[in-house]
Each structure stands twice: as C-alpha cells, then as structure tokens.
Design a protein around this ligand. Structure first.
Ligand code: SIN
Length: 483
C-alpha cells in the first residue's frame, strides 16, 4: 500500500487518546478484490469496551461545557484534514471495501461533507422561549447534549456512516464510542487519527475493534451510554433495540430497505435509465437505498429494458484500483451466494437474463445483471438483494404500482420517473418511505434528513434534524417573576 502519510494506516484501536495494539488476539482484514491480507486489528472485548465508555464519559463532562464556536473550529479542522488526505483515505477504503477508487474518493468527500455541515450547525442548537400559561412566568426550552453515544457502523460505507453519526454528536457536545464493521476497520482508524490531529480531546472519540457480541452488549447495556446509533440490517437492529430496552436508551436505527424504482409511461426514458444506473449500481448494489425492485410501465417496458441492459453491459467489473472499473467485488462469499440464490430463484420462476453472470467461482466479482419478466412471487420482490442485480417488474396503472411498491415491511427510499407535476406530488405523497427521489437516482446528501419508516428504522441523519438526534430538550418554568 502506498500512502503519502503512512501513519494513517493504524493497526491499533484508539481508546482514551491512546493507540492500543495489545499483544493478544488479532483479526486479519482482507482485500475483497484479491483475498490478500491487508493488516490486522486487535480483537478486543468487554473490558476494553467498558474502558472506552469510561473515557467517553470523562471526556463528555468537559466537552459539553466548551463553546459551540470551539466545537465548530475543531470539526472544521477535521474536515480540512480529511480533504487534504483524500487520496490516502480513499486508498485504504478501496483496499478493505473494494469499491472503485474514484467512488471511494466520492465517499470520502461525502463523509467529509457531514463534518463540514455539522461544524456549521454546531452554532445553531437554538432553544426557545414559549408564551407562558402563567402571568408571572416564563417558559424556557434549552437543548442539551444527550451524553455518551455508542455507534455501530457497516462495511458498505466505511467512512460516511461514521461521520454522519459522530459529526453531529460532537457538534452537539456528546462523546462517542465506535465499533466499525470488522471488514472495514482501517478507514475508521484513519479517521480517528485525523480527528486526533484536528484537536478532538482524548476520550471524546474511541474506536474499538473485536468481538461484536461482547462490545455490542456493553454498548447497549451500560447505563452511561445514553444513545445507540446503528446502521445495518433490520435483524441486528431489532436485537440492539431489545438489548437497549433495559436502560431505555435513545435509538437511531438506519436499517434495511426494499426500494421501488418506478418508471411511468410519461417518463423521460433516457433520464430514467441514467437514474437507475446510479440508484441500482452504486457500490455494486450494496447500499440500503439501492433500487431493489424496478417497476416499469408496460408501454415503455421493452424500451427501458433494452436501454438499461445496453448501459449495464458497458460497466467494467474488477479491482477498484484498475482504470475504468465501475463495479468492484462484493464484500464476501455469502453476498455472492445471496445474489446467486436470488437470480436462480427468479429464473426458475420464469425470469429472463438480459445480461450478467458470476465471473469467477473463487472470487467475489459479479457482472451486473438485468432481469426481465419478474413477478411478485420471486424472492427479489420481498428480500433485499444487496448486489448488482436490476430486476424489472411490469405494471399497468398507477394505483396498482403504488400498492405493490408499498407492499413491504421496509420503508427507506423510493424513486420514480414521470413528467407530470400532478403525478409527482400524488405518488410522492402515497409512497410509504422516508425518502423519495423524483426524477433523481441519487438522493444522499448532508443537507437532507436520511432515514426510513416501518422496519427501515428510527431517526434521521444529516441536515439540522440529524443534530436534534443528539440533543435532549429541557423545559424550565420560571415562576414568581415580579412583573
Ligand atoms: C447506506 O447504504 O446505508 C447509506 C447509503 C447512503 O448514504 O447513500
């Protein structure tokens, strides 16, 4: 690995401002493109997770008393360092996650944008004065940081899913203990290194790698942790929610999705094809907002299918460091097996493959699929595939497609293409999701609230609403005022 600043590659946890590389058990991290080991991180457990919480609690007591201006300045320095080291951060990210280098740079820019956004938002945690119900009283509402936050983050966005949580937490005056995904710890540790250099005080940001169960247990059950923020599967989200019940923690859960992508008969088909390319194939289809079911009106079905397949066949699959590659490997064998299972199931029930296939049994590369003649009995209609497969379902009218789009326990994102203004409002209103792309295939930005309804989760990340997730309201009634 060639880095301009080699210290960014840390094979140690970051606890209470120290880099901890104990001589005990370690866990190897592999490059999904080559299968080669990149490095090792400590495999820590309950004891070190508790140390992280203690450090975070101590740091919080001081940090919450700093001025908003101070917190804003520290975050701004962190943002500047992320941009300065974008190539190194993206190199580490591509090595451990597999996404193409340019896409990894895009993710670092996206990750940094949360730090930038909340460096600005830090100054705006306004309270309010409410007209009182008493003649001699005043109602004052203030916002206070919630306290120690525990974050558990996924491998699909090893940088952005961290900053989307910790930047608003630090801006609000909270501290954090973080367990990054075991597949992608090095990006998290590189971010911590830059946070340290930006002047985040010791103990404010702790990164621990190791035993998910033991660490998750401490994060969800320790009374000093006041909030758990998790991005990952709905099943794990339910477990964390259960475990957090005993201490009534505030929760932010950004869980699975089953996004519909609807192409109406009045859509600009070329724009819809471009939108589908990004909504479906970003990060090789491994995002929770990925279009999982593409519903196409009968009148434009064949045209859309042909144009989409023609675009998809141009995508180059390979190692993320190779020129021109836009689809990297999947993260592991079980992801490849799930894609295979979903495609086999669809074909057995009558689907056609326009393009796509497994490239190598041994490796994790999958040539992106376009499947036609899908129906609602197939696995892909109800389960998230999390891979580069675009399944095209045919529909005939608006009401029918809305019912089918909403017929899922998930409610994260939805996309649709139409040129009718009335339909745009009508359909957006009826979709049971937290986010809607209207004639847009990419909806993610620091400026907007990201999150879902139903079993896709709780809470919002990004925008000014993302900051409120880390603040508690305190209401004070001042009575007996001499007026
Ligand atoms: C995710 O897949 O969890 C996040 C995707 C995004 O932020 O766009």
């Amino acid at each position: 690995m060639k880095l301009n600043y080699p210290e960014l590659f840390q094979q140690a946890c970051y606890i209470d401002g120290e880099w901890v590389a104990e001589n005990g058990e370690t866990k190897a991290v592999t490059n999904p493109s080559t299968g080669q080991v990149i490095g090792e991180v400590p495999f820590l457990g309950e004891e070190q997770a508790k140390q992280c919480v203690s450090a975070a609690q101590t740091a919080y007591e001081k940090w919450k008393k700093t001025t908003a201006n101070h917190r804003a300045d520290v975050l701004r320095r962190w943002y500047d360092l992320m941009i300065e080291h974008i190539d190194d951060l993206a190199t580490i990210l591509t090595l451990e996650q597999g996404k193409p280098f340019n896409e990894a740079k895009g993710e670092i820019t996206y990750a940094a944008s949360f730090v930038q956004w909340y460096s600005e938002e830090a100054r705006r945690a306004y309270g309010e004065i409410v007209p009182s119900h008493r003649e001699n009283g005043k109602i004052v509402v203030t916002k206070e940081p919630i306290g120690v936050v525990a974050a558990i983050t996924p491998w699909n966005f090893p940088a952005a899913m961290i900053t989307r949580k910790c930047a608003p937490a630090f801006a609000a005056g909270c501290s954090m203990v973080l367990k990054p995904a075991q597949e992608t710890p090095f990006t998290a540790l590189a971010l911590a290194k830059l946070a340290q250099e930006a002047g985040l005080p010791k103990g404010l940001f702790n990164v621990v790698t190791g035993d998910s169960y033991a660490i998750g247990d401490v994060f969800t059950k320790d009374k000093r942790v006041r909030k758990v923020s998790f991005t990952g599967s709905t099943n794990v989200g339910k477990i964390l929610m259960n475990q957090s019940a005993s201490t009534i923690k505030k929760l932010a859960l950004e869980l699975g999705g089953n996004a519909p992508f609807i192409v109406f008969e009045d859509a600009d088909i070329d724009a819809a094809v471009e939108g589908a390319m990004i909504a479906k194939f970003r990060n090789a289809g491994q995002t929770c907002v990925c279009a999982n079911r593409l519903f196409v009106h009968d009148a434009v079905y064949d045209e859309f299918a042909q144009k989409l397949a023609a675009r998809v066949m141009q995508l180059k699959v390979g190692d993320g460091f190779e020129d021109g590659v836009s689809i990297g490997p999947l993260i592991n064998q079980s992801s490849v097996a799930k894609v295979q299972e979903h495609v086999d199931d669809a074909v057995a029930r009558g689907a056609n493959i326009l393009c796509g296939g497994l490239l190598d049994e041994e490796k994790l590369f999958v040539a992106p699929y376009v499947l036609t003649e899908m129906n609602d009995d197939m696995l892909m209609a109800t389960e998230e595939t999390f891979g580069p497969v675009a399944p095209l379902f045919r529909f005939h009218d608006e009401q029918e497609v809305l019912e089918r789009a909403n017929d899922t326990e998930y409610g994260l994102a939805a996309y649709f293409y139409t040129q009718s203004l009335g339909r745009a409002w009508r359909v957006a209103d009826e979709l049971e999701v937290g986010m809607v792309g209207i004639n847009e295939g990419l909806i993610s930005t620091a400026a907007a609230p990201f999150g879902g309804v139903k079993e896709s989760g709780l809470g919002r990340e990004g925008s000014r609403h993302g900051m409120d997730e880390f603040l508690e309201l305190k209401y004070m009634l001042m009575g007996g005022l001499d007026r």
